[in-house]
Design a protein around this ligand. Structure first.
Ligand code: UDP
Ligand code: MG
Length: 342
């Protein structure tokens, strides 16, 4: 029995039957905005890390309208390495849109998103890949430490995650960034979410599937400077809450209900007191306080409604999420496969 099998297999018996089919593909998406300073360093480390993984890897850089040499650097990389591609956007659309552009143009069994500034250690991709092979659809990095970040940023981030954990109906894991691996079906699911206001952490959670967090130490930026300041972070938090919860809209209802109950009780007090003690003219300070307080509350509630209305308005325009200026290398093939920007 075994003799005839050996004979059938011939001299190639020790080789696997279809080695090419068994090897799965991995595409790393890197959103870049003014990253010329770190790009060569990143590319070297990324290639070294990917070479250590048993996968058909490729790298897809997204140039998010950089004003420095980022684009020409990537073009050089793509010219010398066929596994490198470039999606150049028509202007700076922001990291969320840049990531989306990358994910849309990536055609692989698994996609990994990595920041250009080396804050996400490329060496961790091997661990992501192992968990992917075990059957996980989403593997994300969880920051164990936040080196190089002020206590204020840490404290505000903490408060934000607690708040959104309470408000959002879908889980948003704390201390995770965009550094993660998505299986093909997870990426395809994500591609179907075309909302304009993209709170990616929430969208990643929304799709579900088998998810796993891998702890790692986040290093400070290797070079260049961050594009985030507190105003942007505040808007980011607002984005997260309004995208994943309508709870603030109910705030006005309950605050209004509480104040009317209080007002009614106070009204009874005023009427009874007038009946008992007559009606001396008084109460200017309390009147002023009540008017200002209620005016403030009303404006705040109106503003809240405005936040949601504004988002609805932007969503209603149905504009594409980004516009592509140029595709280079592997990005072109994926575009044929049906990538769409809207
Ligand atoms: N980024 C981008 N478009 C932008 C801003 C940032 O593609 O408009 C990229 C940037 O090049 C980097 C990643 O998003 O690869 C994270 O940006 P940054 O390091 O400034 O953010 P931080 O790590 O401070 O949160
Ligand atoms: Mg960074």
């Amino acid at each position: 029995m075994s003799g005839s099998l050996d004979a059938a297999a011939g001299p190639h018996a020790s080789r696997p039957i279809a080695p090419a089919a068994a090897r799965r593909s991995l595409c790393v998406v890197v959103p870049c905005f003014d990253e010329a300073e770190v790009l060569p360093l990143l590319h070297r480390r990324l290639v070294a890390a990917l070479d250590a993984i048993d996968a058909d890897w490729s790298i897809l850089y997204v140039d998010d309208g950089s004003r420095d040499a980022t684009r020409s650097l990537i073009e050089q990389l793509a010219a010398s390495e066929p596994r490198v591609g470039l999606v150049a956007l028509a202007r700076n659309f922001g990291k969320e849109a840049a990531m989306t552009a990358g994910l849309d143009h990536a055609d692989a069994d698994a996609v990994v998103i990595v920041d250009a500034d080396l804050q996400d250690p490329p060496e961790l991709i091997a661990t992501f890949w192992r968990h992917f092979l075990e059957g996980h659809d989403v593997v994300y990095g969880v920051r164990r430490s936040r080196a190089g970040e002020s206590w204020l940023k840490r404290a505000t981030a903490n408060a934000f995650y607690r708040l959104i954990g309470r408000l959002s109906l879908t889980p948003v894991p704390a201390d995770t960034g965009d550094f993660r691996l998505l299986s093909r079906r997870a990426n395809e699911a994500l591609r179907r979410l075309r909302e304009r206001h993209r709170f990616m952490k929430g969208l990643f959670g929304w799709i579900g599937f088998r998810q796993l967090g891998v702890p790692y130490d986040r290093e400070p930026r290797a070079a260049g400077s961050t594009k985030w300041n507190y105003w942007r972070l505040w808007n980011f938090a607002l984005e997260g809450i309004t995208s994943f919860s309508a709870a603030p809209l109910k705030l006005a209802t309950y605050v209004g209900l509480a104040t009317s109950l209080l007002a009614f009780a106070y009204g009874v007090v005023v009427i009874v007191r007038t009946l008992l003690y007559g009606d001396p003219v008084a109460g200017y300070p309390s009147l002023m306080v009540v008017i200002l307080f209620l005016g403030g509350l009303q404006l705040m509630a109106l503003g809240l409604i405005g936040e949601y209305l504004g988002r609805l308005y932007m969503e209603g325009k149905q504009r594409p999420l980004y516009l592509v200026d140029r595709l280079v290398g592997i990005a072109r093939g994926a575009d044929r496969a049906g990538a769409a920007s809207d």
